[in-house]
Design a protein around this ligand. Sequence first.
Ligand code: GTQ
Length: 352
Amino acid sequence: MSTPPVTTAAATAASREAFYQRLDARSMAPLWTRLKSLVPKDPTPVGVPCLWRYDEVRPYIMESAEHISAREAERRVLILENPALRGSSQATGTLYAGLQLIMPGEIAPAHRHTQSALRFVIEGSGAYTAVDGEKTLMAPGDFVITPGWTWHHHGNEGSGPMVWLDGLDIPMVAHYNATFREDHHAEAAEIARPTGDALARYGSGLLPVGYRAPSLNSPIFNYPYARTREALHALTRAGDPDPHLGHLMRYVNPVDGGWAMPTMAPTIRLLPKGFQGLPFRSTDGMIFVCVEGEGAVEVGGQQMAFAPRDVFVVPGWTSYRLRAGVDTVLFSFSDRVAQEKLGLYREERSPG
Ligand code: GTQ
């Protein structure tokens, strides 16, 4: 039996390093120096908790109209970029968020792209978005879907500015390198159906017999806030909220009962007056909008107070708790639907 030669730690390190350099020259690398970071015990949060107060942001949004038209900009949007991810156009590791402004008489020209978009209306009235041949008029609190690769343009036929939050899966689609876009030959795409058609056909607990869904998106493309609000308040009369999450509802695709969109998971919740949520974390980074009320989120050892129209981010796998001083409504969205389909979604409830 031969005994291995005695080597010093320094000699071992030096010979390994020389080996790694020869591997490097062949576009190879040892896994064992990287394994723990490639396959960590649990997720490292991407981005940091952050909040944009609407009263601070609004003057900049309005000023953007002095600098550029919707036509020239194509989409006049101020991107909400996570402070830890500057330059990436990301609010979370997988999602983009921005505040879009459209002024009276303007049209944001028709285009389509493989990314999916959602809108959550922040302020104004009289503006519409047209998706796949149908217009919908938007009002504050409305949740609107633009499925990937559908023609869409926006217009404002009202007398004041309208602002909404855009949520897009831009980083996710970029990850797959599956980004395509096309500009429509006309500024406004054709309108083929009357306004309200989709809501009547698909959003009344009814579906046309024989209906075949053309995509994984809900055929309802505007979920009006008046209806959503009624549902939330009915819940508060019927029982107690989830101690971690409040009265939490998801926007559903009536065709299959799944999430309303294939890549982004939109939810809305009511936190009753005095709600003190227990800690919770989940693998999906979330973007919230305060719709009504006021409260605070405690996240990553930080307290962030929110008021209506404020937008805030809770990174994935970061424990947070929600509090509300008065009845408070929060919209939020994340990549949870994609994570669920891939078998990745996890959540954790702490007792306090
Ligand atoms: O409204 O189509 O915020 O294409 C970013 C990209 C909005 C839109 C954004 C877009 C849009």
